[in-house]
Design a protein. Structure first.
Length: 253
């Protein structure tokens, strides 16, 4: 498991490295950074990292602001002395939130959670890969119609037309067909999934979400030109990235 540490206080960073090195499973510390600038430089689009231990208040700003500018491909364990960032941390692939002072026990428990997620959502599941291949469209039909998913020991077939939106969370892509319903897919990136979907029906609204046009109830536009998609059948709201607004308008045209 490849781990990165983001911490601007050297004693705390060295302590974290010591805790991680004492974890019973094989772990490699692939980098130690201390600024928001380094987060953007080293985490953006990096798929060689399994988990990041990340402090929030850094010497050059707030790490959450830096993470908004990155295409995250890893899960994050936040470490901070403040409890009021907890909710926002979940929007940035956060799977745990460790309040300082951090202990070896807390760090090892968080790493156990990462190992559990990797086992549950492994991309090497042979049966799912075989099913996925069987469900691929024949030549001439370029877009997916169904996806196989496994939940609690059961296999389901999800029709693409029934999916309200797709969302990547903690490095795992979920299909959301209804309120409080979500199913993990075996696709590894949202870009790979996007290529399999009919662009007349599905649109990627931001780094994390792909929406089905048939489930868009309305679009709320604020005075600051922020676009928010309101959906049918679910309470979730999808924020459209500023860089995608023009394409969204063309998609509706």
């Amino acid at each position: 498991m490849n781990v990165v540490i983001v911490e601007d206080e050297l004693p705390a960073a060295e302590q974290m490295r010591s805790f991680i090195n004492r974890y019973p499973e094989p772990v490699t510390i692939g980098g130690m950074y201390s600024t928001c600038a380094e987060i953007i430089q080293h985490l953006d689009g990096n798929d060689n990292i399994d988990v990041v231990f990340c402090d929030i208040e850094l010497r050059d700003g707030n790490a959450l602001s830096a993470l908004r500018q990155t295409d995250l491909k890893t899960v994050i364990i936040f470490t901070t002395a403040y409890d009021h960032f907890w909710n926002e941390s979940l929007q940035h692939n956060g799977i745990d939130y460790l309040l300082k002072p951090v202990t070896a026990q807390k760090v090892h428990a968080a790493l156990d959670k990462v190992m559990t997620l990797k086992r549950i959502f492994t991309k090497d599941n042979l049966l799912l890969r075989q099913l996925s291949g069987m469900l691929q469209q024949k030549p001439g039909n370029s877009y997916r119609k169904r996806f196989p998913v496994r939940v609690a020991g059961e296999l389901f077939i999800i029709d693409v037309a029934d999916v309200i939106f797709f969302r990547i969370t903690n490095g795992v892509i979920f299909a959301v067909p209804g309120e409080k319903k979500k199913y993990p897919l075996m696709e590894e990136t949202l870009s790979a999934l996007e290529e399999q979907l009919d662009p007349q029906q599905f649109f990627r609204v931001n780094r994390s979400d792909i929406v089905n046009i048939n489930f868009i109830r309305s679009i709320r536009i604020t005075e600051g030109n922020d676009y928010t998609i309101l959906l049918k059948n679910v309470e979730d709201q999808l924020t459209v990235s500023q860089s995608r607004i023009t394409q969204l308008k063309e998609w509706f045209a």
